[in-house]
Ligand binder design. Sequence first.
Ligand code: PCO
Length: 207
Amino acid sequence: MAHEELTTTDREEKQVNSEGRKPRVLLAASGSVAAIKFGNLCHCFSEWAEVRAVATRSSLHFIDRGSIPSDVIFYTDNEEWSSWKKLGDDVLHIDLRRWADVMVIAPLSANTLAKIAGGLSDNLLTCIVRAWDNSKPLFVAPAMNTFMWNNPFTERHLLSIDELGISLIPPVTKKLACGDYGNGAMAEPSLINTSVRLLLESQASPK
Ligand code: PCO
């Protein structure tokens, strides 16, 4: 049967992995204006995956909490600190790393890119990345002003995260939040969704 002729049942079957459950996607947002699209991103992934979301403090400025689907558990730095009281308690960034099949950081701000490249871990998002199990995929979709994107630091930091095995979903050229026109806009949520889904499906059924 040609790929286009897959029935609904075929598609539903493709959405469960070898353990018979939906893929678990950990979505994360850092502090870029593009975080206004985070709710939309969560909706795209929710259609085929189990989704949990992590937001940095700066990203909260742009995220409308009402736009996050009700079945998506939403974590901030507050939960990282409040969930641990004594030795033996669960550590949230480790639990989330264990839970996830894949992590997607969209948007990835210039600041969080620099922190990941330098190995810093000063919030829930960067602690998860620092503790990431590199046998699992990790995608990033950067978003920043064109001058930040063209700054020599960006290339250095992208090289470093490439060495860690992190996959880049490149930004696009268009009108930015400040009115500038140029490269640095986050890839569309639908493209991010498709890129990740295709990779997971190819891993689930290698040719
Ligand atoms: C800041 N930064 C940005 C961030 C990158 N921009 C984008 C898009 C949005 C509108 O479609 C904001 C999502 O332009 O990802 O603009 C300074 S200019």
